[in-house]
Design a protein around this ligand. Structure first.
Ligand code: NAD
Length: 477
């Protein structure tokens, strides 16, 4: 049983003033594996004060100093890989292979940003003006539970590169993962107050960060509902807000695609991260006359997926993170059945032989229409909805007929056509023929999937303010 009693402020692990405890449950076994003492508004305030104090000197560090800090953070994370992987499996239910990849990704974020920092031009001359990019100030980082490590390090890396101290409020459901990650931060030996970590609830710690006049920016990843709350809450202090929110991403399979590759790829992309990925391609759009073939291929692809114990090397699909999320996924599966979608495979309830744990049957629906909840709502579980189209114009219209705009996927051997289709899709990241994402390039959403971009140079620039200075050159004055 793990007991997490401390938060991290000003370079030290300290007891919070908050006295509320939350239990931590292993989603694969439903056993209580620990508890965490949560910070409160008061704890957020002292963490913000520490960061504000640190800003005075940290904002004046050199690129080389910050570059070394990013390297040390990267190295410290890799040094604790095994413990990070273990916490990700036990607390979140990530299959071992996925957990291993996620820790590497979290560490790589720091090196990618280091590279962006080292080539960044902080000073430009425009006309008679000297234009300087300066750190914006203290940044509040608020993250969800579904990719805790990499969400935190992407935001942290950008802030450190810019010269901004941070107060991190991770998800209260990721306390064990946060604990190990915070130990890595401590090992990296940054100046006190540059990184502060307060695990607590959204409406206490998160809300305090959002309203504090001493926080210049909130970098948030999470649901669109909470993103809207944060944006409203940030208005009074006019702080900058970047939001990485939810999605209902379309996956367009064009008629000339190789369906034997495109359909299994679509299924595995949709079920990535136990189906809990903001960018998952959950709406599969296929030509009407190929539907029967698609259903067969999707069913076969699901049969190859091993669901179960996340510690097993073979497991592809682990459990849903909590009972509450499990019930949410079940409700949406049932709504698909009630609204008349055709169940190709899966359905309500647990997979056979997995009575313990929040496991969901990998589920595929066909004959889904745009009005159905499973075509509109973010399910955040391994559920794929197949919709059909007649013409490419119609496919694009369906793809864009959503309030979200995070990701999109296109399959066709004709790359010119793929790029043309991509140009008409309202989404921030588009992958052609199963390509992976480029983590040095910007990531973020159109429409209600977010504001701003993360990673690489774009992520760094979000954390900078611009200052224009004229009259500095005595000869010109
Ligand atoms: P959530 O919005 O419920 O919570 C996210 C974080 O916000 C948590 O730390 C939570 O404690 C905090 N929070 C809650 N209420 C708050 C408030 N009033 N003020 C300040 N902070 C508050 O999201 P979740 O359930 O943890 O994560 C799942 C959601 O995250 C999904 O919608 C998913 O699409 C989204 N997500 C988006 C991306 C992306 O990059 N676009 C990535 C991962 C997850």
């Amino acid at each position: 049983m793990k007991s997490i009693e401390q938060i991290y402020v000003n370079g030290e692990f300290i007891h919070p003033s908050g006295e509320q405890y939350q239990v931590l449950i292993n989603p694969a076994t439903e056993q209580i594996i620990g508890h965490v003492r949560l910070g409160d508004e008061q704890d957020a305030k002292i963490a913000i004060a520490a960061a504000k104090q640190a800003f005075r000197t940290f904002s004046r560090t050199t690129v080389e100093e910050r570059s070394q800090m990013l390297q040390r953070l990267h190295d410290a994370i890799l040094a604790k890989s095994d413990r990070l992987i273990q916490a990700n499996i036990d607390e979140y239910g990530a299959p071992k292979r996925a957990a291993t990849g996620r820790v590497k990704l979290a560490a790589n974020n720091l090196l990618d940003t280091k590279e962006a920092l080292e080539s960044y031009n902080f000073v430009q001359y425009i006309g008679k003006a000297k234009v300087v990019a300066e750190p914006i100030g203290v940044i509040g980082i608020i993250t969800p539970w579904n990719a805790s490590y990499s969400q935190i390090t992407a935001k942290l890396a950008a802030a450190i590169a810019a010269g901004c101290p941070v107060v991190i409020k991770p998800s209260e459901l990721s306390a064990m993962q946060t604990q190990v990650l915070t130990e890595c931060f401590h090992d990296a030996d940054l100046p006190p107050g540059v990184i502060n970590v307060v695990t607590g609830l959204g409406h206490t710690v998160g809300a305090e960060l959002t309203r504090s006049p001493d926080v210049a920016m909130i970098s948030f990843t999470g649901s669109t509902r909470v993103g809207k709350e944060i944006r409203r809450g940030a208005v009074d202090t006019m702080k900058r807000v970047t939001l990485e929110l939810g999605g209902k991403s379309p996956n367009l399979i064009l008629d000339d695609a190789d369906f034997s590759i495109a359909i299994p790829t679509a299924v595995s992309h949709c079920f990535t991260n136990n189906g809990q990925a903001c960018v998952a391609g959950t709406r599969l759009l296929v030509p009407e006359h190929r539907l029967e073939e698609v259903k067969q291929l999707a069913k076969q692809a699901v049969q190859t997926i091993t669901v179960g114990n996340p510690w097993s090397e073979d497991t592809i699909l682990g459990p849903i993170v909590t009972e509450k999320q499990y019930e949410h996924v079940q409700r949406l599966i049932q709504s698909g059945i009630n609204e008349g979608a055709e169940l190709v495979t899966g359905g309500a309830g647990r997979p056979e032989g997995l009575e313990q744990g929040y496991f969901v049957k990998p589920t595929v629906f066909a004959n889904v229409t745009e009005k159905m909840a499973i075509a509109n709502e973010e399910i955040f579980g391994p559920v794929l909805s197949i919709l059909t189209y007649g013409t490419i114009d119609e496919a694009i219209e369906i793809a864009n007929n959503t309030s979200y705009g995070l990701g999109a996927y296109i399959s066709t051997p004709d790359l010119d056509k793929a790029v043309e289709v991509a140009s008409r899709i309202e989404a921030g990241v588009i992958a052609i023929n199963g390509a992976g994402f480029e983590m040095k390039a910007p990531f973020g959403g159109f429409k209600q999937s977010g504001i701003g971009r993360e990673y690489g140079v774009y992520g760094l620039e979000e954390c900078l303010e611009t200052k224009t200075i004229t009259g500095y050159d005595k000869k010109q004055a």
